[in-house]
Design a binder for this molecule. Sequence first.
Ligand code: ADE
Length: 240
Amino acid sequence: MRIDVVTLFPDFIAQCAAFGVTGRAGERGLLSLHAWNPRDYAEGNYRRVDDRPFGGGPGMVMLIDPLRSAIHAARAAAPTPAPVVYMSPQGAPMTQAKVRELASLDRLILLCGRYEGVDERLIRAEVDEELSIGDYVLSGGELAAAVVVDAVARLQDGALNDAESALQDSFEADGLLDCPHYTRPVEHELGTVPAVLMSGNHAEIARWRRMQSLGRTWLRRPDLLDETALSPADRRLLEE
Ligand code: ADE
């Protein structure tokens, strides 16, 4: 199996190939790991890969184009088609069944972002699925990608000397999934940033974000909604 990882920290991913079961799978020719740095595809003197989020708020959002070029380069590096999996706390929870499914593929591309976000349009255009390693927040997707690499490597025929245990999930503090994020440019061939985020109306932006969060949680993880103490305002938003 071949795994390509799109990451700002390629050295981190190289470490996965150096130790333990993953290292052994590599030595035995069962797994090959390759890293692609979006910064190598960024333009300008500063090779910028992120920008401030439209609508305000903390953190930075990763730009579309450096990520998209890195994904395309990874895809073109081998002829076999490869699904793109974005490591994200908003993804479907990883299970051993999912690990088995991924481990049966010839190829896989893992996309690592920072938690504040990747421009939503890139996700919609390039990502086949979003995968979370649990309901907690890491500062980037690399550790999560390393978890996938490890879990998938040990399922390659001949990688394990003996049987080992499965992965575990846990619960997110907030209880709701995050809303979509957007950064420059406003107009892009992949779509336009929602107008409300540029309105400057903080109450409307907060309301939109809450509604998106509730809608996503309702659609993707209704089990989390059941356990969330929804305010009367949230209930009205859900009914809209
Ligand atoms: N990136 C940040 N937190 C993550 C998580 N819990 N799972 C996958 N990717 C992540």
